[in-house]
Structure formats: structure tokens, C-alpha cells
Design a protein around this ligand. Structure first.
Ligand code: ISL
Ligand code: CA
Length: 553
């Protein structure tokens, strides 16, 4: 295959915008659609092909828009539908498509469906949700916990039953087994697609069609049937991209979602490499630091699994995860080099990269010093579960410090601090106090400063994004891990026609002499380097977090 007959989303690079924290146009401290429009040139300069827009629909924002109250309206703090249409057309002018976030596993308890469902058990909307009788002693039907703390079963007095809420108490799950509900969702999706959006990122797709009585929450037997129906009713025949978020997918099951005969999705976001540094007991990031060998093995498994069919999504972070330089490498002395090296290693693999806002300038974790700086429903839920409510005697200095350390390492607010545009007032994000604190390092780390440097992170991302469009070996070549057991080096080769691309990176903070046979080559063409781009020959020593890639033709 040449570059011209592959789908546009295979050579394009995606960019995730978390609207609340991207750019505030009207000085209320909250990023908005007009703010995004004002920064489209930044995205065009970067070279991206599409934006994944985190939810901008009407919402009470208990989970920052992942709790939708009206799928056909824009949240007033983000603007109006006219602003959205402006965003769409201004983006189109710059060859940038807008991919919407589709959150249909659950909605907000403020959605009229849920309001009606609580008012009458006879209305059609009642069955859009999952209701169960209490146990004889009044307790919930089972002991399932909600992601954001407490029981997953919320008592609804007006109905006299429990309602299932997988995430937060005000995010009731939608009953995908109800055909009328599915029809409503398809109508809504088609309405957005008819506007000319570029596709959907689908939130927690693995939870659709869950079997509550069998206690099968993820990838329940009906899930694929529903995704196929969704495809047939909304996607078939349209030139759009879809990517489903699924923490459950593995290399063994990936093709069930994105194999070409399945007619389901184009890609999934998998979290195998993210979960590798999770603590299995906690079910979230634990004290265990990132392990390079595991990381390489997991990414290799995904590359191999989708070598002939299906397609990988490639990402380093998103609005739920820590900042990559802080999590995987070094966010101090070697920050710039780390940012480049991570992008080089991950985005020269086979797949479509998704860059999370701020990553292109190497933004770092938040490092909050006080509990009241946190905003995320998940972090606040964990805080209450572990240290009790405000005023609890469990909130002693030591416990609070331990909580702060953990949240600063793995909490979702790390990625949600405002975009750092300039070193000036409020980092150029807003004209008044932002909804969440700005990272104190904005004077040093900001778009203006980074873009002013030819050696900056932004310039490096531009190179990668451009190479992905011009070098078919990056989008089409085979993948072979080199020295899988090396504790500090991440190296791989790609092959396509007569070309060979080698990527070599040092994931450690000290110099490393890789000493690999693959490096004894002559006649190489340097392709990309975090430092010293003109070095002759394959590097015999890599400095801390250094990366180097070359072509042999
Ligand atoms: O973020 C997580 C771990 O820190 C996950 O448990 C997260 O809740 C999961 O990835 C699902 O994420 C998606 O759905 C959530 C929403 O809060 C996330 O922001 C979204 O990406 C509920 O809609
Ligand atoms: Ca605003």
C-alpha cells in the first residue's frame, strides 16, 4: 500500500483537547470553544489532522462533561452551537477534522431521560436505566463499588429501587438492552455526523451491554452485537474515524473490535501498558514505578497483534493519566529530551498517535501542595474513602501528605491544569483565576518559549507528524523489537520494501553503551534525533534519555 490509498486517519495525527483547560476566551477562568478557535493555528502549525474534543455537551460538570445532560446542546460555559459550528468550519479550513467524544455508557442524572425515569415507572424512559429491588434488609442488590467511590447502587426514593451507577452517583448507566434507547443514541450520533464531524472517540465502550445479574461488567456477551449495530446504523458508508476506549481489550481480543471483517471500530485505546504500572491490589497506580521491560513487551504484543489487520492507537497520556515526562522519564533536568525521546519511541510505531494537549511542549505533572487544589471527582472520591470527609481525624498531617504524594503521581488532575501558552499573566490561558490552578512552572514551560526554540519539543513533534505523512515505512512497515531484555534501551526496527528504520532510545538517567549488533551498520541516513542530529553513524553511547532514529535504504 502507498500513502495515497490508506484511510486518512492512518497518516493523520490526532490531538486531544480538554476544553476546560485549553484556552479561555471570555475571562471566566474556564476554557471554551472560542478559545479553541483562537488556537487553531497552533494546531495547524503542529500538523495534526484531527482533534479529539473531550465532551462539550450540556452537563452539570460533576465529571467535567463526562456526565451529559443534553446530547444536542453545548454547555453554556463552553459557548453555543454557533460557536461549535464556527469551530467546525474554521478547523475544516485548516484541514483539521473534529472528532467528538461520545459518552453513552451513562448520562447525567440531570438528563431529561433520568428525570422522567424517576417520575414514572410506566414511561418509556424508565427502562433506559438499570433498576433493582433492595435486599430484604434494604441494602443494595450487591456489593459492586462505583469507580468514584461508594456503592455502585444509588437508592432512588421516588422509585423505591436502586439504580446502577458505575462511575459517580450522578452518572446513571444507560440500559443498552432497551432498543428504544439505542435508537435515541443512533439518531443523536447521526445528527452530529450529518453536521460534518470527523468521527467519535467512544467512552468506556467495553461497558455497553453489561450483564448486571451475571455480574459481567466489561466485554459482556452483548457488547459486540451492540457495537456492530451502532456501526451499521451510524457509521457504515461514512468516511469517519472511530476509537473506542477499553481497559479490557488485550492483544488477544483487539481484533474483535477493530478487525476489518468485524465492522465495529477503527481502533481501540487499550490500557495494558498503563495498567502495567498499576498496583493490582489498589486497582490503580501504585508505588511501583514504571518497568521498561514490561512496557516494551506489551507494546510489542500490540504491534504484532495488529500487523495485518486492525490498527493501533498510540498514546502517551490523556485527561485521565499523568504527564508522560513525569511518569515515564524525567521532568526536571532532562525534561525536553525526555519529551522528545518518548514521542519518538511511541509515535514511530505502527498506528495513529493521539497527542494530549500540552504534551507537545513537554508539560509536567501538577505537584499540588494542598488538598483543596484538587478538582477531580475520582481523586476527591478516593480522598473521602481513605481519609474521611473534611474535618475527619483521619486527615492527620502524615496521611494527608501521603495522599498528596499519590495524587501528584497518578491523579487525573495532573493532565488537567491549564495549557501554558505564555510566561505572562495566568500563562496566557485566561484573564482571571482559572477553575484549577496553573502549574507553577509556566514561566519556564510554555508554548511561546518552546516554539521560539528550534530545539524545542514543539519543533520535534512537528518533525514526527510530518514524517508520518511522508514516510510510508512509519505507517506501513513491519515491527521488530531489538534487545527486548535490555533494561535501559528501547530499540526496534521497522521494515518496508527495501527500507529499514531503526529507533533507539535510552530510558535511563545515565549514559548507556547499547552494544547491539543492529548498530553495526554503514550507510545510514539520520532521520530524527533528540540531540546531535548530525552525528555520523549509529550512536555507540546514548546519553540520559537520548533517542536517535535512522533509515537504511
Ligand atoms: O481514569 C481512570 C483511572 O484513573 C479510569 O478509571 C477512568 O474512569 C476510565 O478510564 C474511564 O474513563 C472515561 O470515562 C469516565 C470519565 O471520568 C473519564 O474521564 C473518561 O475518560 C466516566 O465517563
Ligand atoms: Ca471561558
Amino acid at each position: 500500500m502507498t500513502q495515497s490509498n490508506v484511510p486518512w486517519w492512518q497518516t493523520a495525527t490526532g490531538y486531544q483537547i480538554y476544553p476546560r483547560s485549553f484556552c479561555d476566551s471570555n475571562g471566566d477562568g474556564i476554557g471554551d470553544l472560542r478559545g479553541i478557535v483562537s488556537k487553531l493555528d497552533h494546531l495547524q502549525d503542529l500538523g495534526i489532522g484531527f482533534v479529539w474534543l473531550s465532551p462539550v455537551y450540556a452537563s452539570p460538570m460533576r465529571d467535567n462533561g463526562y456526565d451529559i445532560a443534553d446530547y444536542f446542546e453545548i454547555a453554556p460555559e463552553f459557548g453555543t452551537m454557533a460557536d461549535f459550528d464556527t469551530l467546525l468550519s474554521e478547523a475544516q479550513k485548516r484541514d483539521v477534522r473534529i472528532v467528538m467524544d461520545l459518552v453513552v455508557n451513562h448520562c447525567s442524572s440531570d438528563h431529561c431521560w433520568f428525570v422522567k425515569a424517576c417520575q414514572s415507572v410506566d414511561c418509556p424512559e424508565h427502562d433506559f436505566f438499570y433498576w433493582r429491588q433492595p435486599q430484604p434488609d434494604g441494602s443494595p442488590p450487591d456489593d459492586q463499588r462505583a469507580c468514584f467511590g461508594g456503592s455502585a447502587w444509588q437508592w432512588v426514593e421516588a422509585v423505591g429501587k436502586y439504580c446502577y451507577c458505575h462511575f459517580g452517583p450522578q452518572q446513571p448507566d444507560l440500559n443498552w438492552h432497551n432498543p428504544a434507547l439505542r435508537r435515541e443514541i443512533y439518531t443523536m450520533m447521526n445528527w452530529w455526523l450529518d453536521k460534518g464531524i470527523g468521527g467519535f472517540r467512544i467512552d468506556v465502550i467495553e461497558l455497553l451491554g453489561k450483564d448486571l445479574d451475571g455480574r459481567i461488567y466489561y466485554e459482556a456477551p452483548d457488547m459486540h452485537r451492540f457495537i456492530q449495530e451502532l456501526n451499521q446504523k451510524c457509521l457504515a458508508g461514512r468516511d469517519v474515524v472511530t476509537v473506542g476506549e477499553t481497559w479490557s481489550a488485550t492483544p488477544d481480543t483487539a481484533l474483535e473490535y477493530c478487525g476489518r471483517d468485524r465492522r465495529e471500530l477503527d481502533m481501540v485505546f487499550n490500557f495494558n501498558h498503563v495498567q502495567a504500572s498499576w498496583d493490582p491490589k489498589l486497582g490503580r497506580f501504585g508505588p511501583n514505578q514504571f518497568d521498561l521491560s514490561t512496557h516494551k513487551m506489551i507494546l510489542n504484543d500490540w504491534q504484532q497483534a495488529l500487523v495485518e489487520d486492525g490498527w493501533n492507537s498510540l498514546y502517551l497520556s490523556n485527561h485521565d493519566l499523568p504527564r508522560p515526562v513525569s511518569h515515564y522519564a524525567n521532568d526536571e533536568e532532562h525534561r525536553v529530551r525526555s519529551a522528545k525521546m518518548l514521542a519518538m519511541v511511541h509515535y514511530l510505531m505502527k498506528g495513529t498517535p493521539f497527542i494530549f494537549q500540552g504534551e507537545e511542549i513537554g508539560m509536567t505533572n501538577a505537584r499540588f501542595t494542598s488538598l483543596d487544589q484538587f478538582r477531580d471527582i475520582e481523586t476527591l472520591g478516593q480522598l473521602t474513602e481513605r481519609l474521611g470527609p473534611v474535618g475527619s481525624n483521619r486527615r492527620d498531617e502524615e496521611s494527608v501528605q501521603k495522599f498528596l504524594d499519590g495524587a501528584n503521581r497518578h491523579g487525573r488532575d495532573n493532565a488537567r491544569t491549564p495549557m501554558q501558552w505564555t510566561g505572562g499573566f495566568l500563562a496566557g490561558f485566561s484573564e482571571s483565576a482559572s477553575w484549577i490552578d496553573i502549574n507553577e512552572n509556566y514561566k519556564e514551560i510554555n508554548v511561546e518559549a518552546d516554539r521560539a526554540s528550534p530545539d524545542g519539543v514543539f519543533a520535534f513533534y512537528q518533525q514526527i507528524i510530518s514524517l508520518r505523512k511522508t514516510q510510508p515505512i512509519i505507517t506501513q512497515g513491519s515491527f521488530e523489537l531489538i534487545a527486548p531484555d535490555h533494561a535501559a534501551i528501547f530499540a526496534y526496527a521497522r521494515e518496508w520494501e527495501d527500507q529499514r528504520l531503526v529507533v533507539l532510545a535510552n530510558f535511563s538517567g545515565v549514559d548507556v553503551a547499547p552494544d547491539l549488533p543492529a548498530l553495526n551498520v554503514a550507510g545510514l541516513t539520520p532521520l530524527l534525533a533528540t540531540d546531535r542530529p548530525n552525528r555520523a553513524g549509529a550512536p555507540q553511547i546514548l546519553e540520559a534519555y537520548e533517542g536517535y532514529a535512522w533509515l537504511i535504504e
